[in-house]
Design a protein around this ligand. Structure first.
Ligand SMILES: Cc1ncc(COP(=O)(O)O)c(C=O)c1O
Length: 391
């Protein structure tokens, strides 16, 4: 007799339970009859059907991020951009107008300026540190405003509370990409956001080994719209990534606090170096929005530091080559510090003039501070600066 390949309960463990969420790679889930399947689809019975529509590892991860964000029924997506897509295209349609921050993540900017217009969505980018600029951009068909609370890479702090009030008054949906700030600094639902999303790839998963996103909504209607769009267009993740991210998330708060403390030390150190034109960190007194570090970020200024050196591209090359020990890589939120150069990566599509208008020269770097010893990290940056001086 041929052995059956179907295992009705592959995770049965008898009287004990695993302390770590098991990985359940199954793409399909079997039931006994069409009536049972009907009951699952109408919500009368619990149970998974097909992994693109949901699976235990995505649910376990979503529940953990929900708890951090104060959300219900969050959805895990295959990347942060998939979460942005689910929020924008799952909810808005042709004829709607969307306002976005003018310093959003580069691919979100591209989506809004080049892709969404092809589908009949109109988009306007504004300075979200200035609520009057947002008011001026409103149109009768404005349906949504997408902001990041701390901008990339100049670390400006949006007027979250002003924009949330405006959205409430004008019946516009507020979407917050909380990737940079994380629920450790900002819980956007508490400030009135309708949708909160993340690139889980970054600080939440935190180990540079998984690409995932998360999106949650205030109402069941918004949740359903995003879920249906994500499932139909295949924006949902596979189990192993969710499992890895859940493991990373276990240490998220410890990692965030440690990286934030070191970021503050590094920012002060860089600001004191004669070769550094400016060091940008939200809580520093010379930061244009430093008062919002308390009112918006609850005093949690985060792990990102930006700085500028003179000497243009040659100096930037010399710095990054000599700063051995930090990865020169366009990402953030890893266990190790990463150094990125917006002019050659995230903002390479802009003209030098447009970059200058946003305050980014060829000597501008963004640092995502990791978990290194602060003294060792400062020595690495000093080595970079010494190489620039030696040019
Ligand atoms: C603020 C922000 N949002 C969204 C994304 C997109 O995330 P992913 O790379 O996971 O698609 C990124 C990526 O860097 C980001 O920094």
């Amino acid at each position: 007799m041929k052995p059956t390949l179907m295992r009705p309960n592959p995770v049965s463990t008898g009287v004990s339970t695993p302390v770590v969420t098991p990985i359940q790679q199954s793409v399909v889930y079997a039931t006994d009859a069409p009536d049972t399947l009907d009951a699952q689809y109408t919500g009368q019975e619990a149970g998974f059907t097909y992994a693109r529509e949901g699976h235990p590892n995505a649910e376990a991860l979503a529940a953990r991020i929900d708890a951090l964000e104060g959300a219900e029924g969050g959805l895990i997506t295959g990347s942060g951009m998939a979460a942005v897509m689910a929020a924008l295209m799952g909810v808005c349609g042709a004829g709607d107008h969307i306002i976005g921050g003018d310093q959003l993540y580069g691919r979100s900017l591209r989506l809004m300026t080049q892709d969404l217009p092809r589908f009949g969505l109109e988009c306007t980018l504004v300075d979200t540190t200035d609520v009057d600029a947002v008011v001026a951009a409103l149109k009768p068909n404005t349906r949504m405003i997408l902001i990041e609370v701390v901008s990339n890479p100049t670390l400006r702090i949006a007027d979250l509370h002003g924009i949330a009030e405006l959205c409430k008054d004008r019946d516009v949906l507020l979407v917050v990409d909380n990737t940079f700030t994380t629920p450790r600094s900002v819980k956007p639902f508490e400030s009135g956001a309708d949708i909160v999303l993340h690139s889980v790839t970054k600080l939440l998963a935190g180990h540079a080994d998984v690409t995932l996103g998360y999106v949650a909504a205030r109402t069941p209607e918004l949740r359903k719209a995003m879920y249906d769009f994500a499932v139909t267009t295949g924006l949902t993740p596979s189990p192993f990534e969710c499992w890895l991210a859940e493991r990373g998330l276990m240490t998220f708060d410890l990692r965030y606090d440690k990286a934030q403390a070191t970021a503050q030390i590094l920012a002060e150190h860089l600001a004191a170096q004669p070769d550094v034109l400016r060091a940008i960190y939200p809580s520093r007194g010379d930061h244009p929005d430093h008062l919002r570090t308390q009112s918006v970020l609850g005093g949690q200024a985060g792990n990102m530091v930006s700085f500028e050196i003179k000497g243009g591209r040659a100096a930037a090359n010399a710095f990054s080559r000599a700063a051995q020990g930090v990865a020169f890589a366009p990402t953030l939120g890893d266990v190790g510090t990463t150094l990125s150069h917006p002019a050659s990566s995230s903002h390479r599509a802009l003209t030098p003039e447009d970059r200058a208008a946003l305050g980014m020269s060829e000597g501008f770097f963004r640092v995502s501070v990791g978990l290194e010893d602060p003294d060792a990290l400062m020595a690495t940056f000093d080595a970079g600066l010494a190489a620039v001086r030696a040019l």
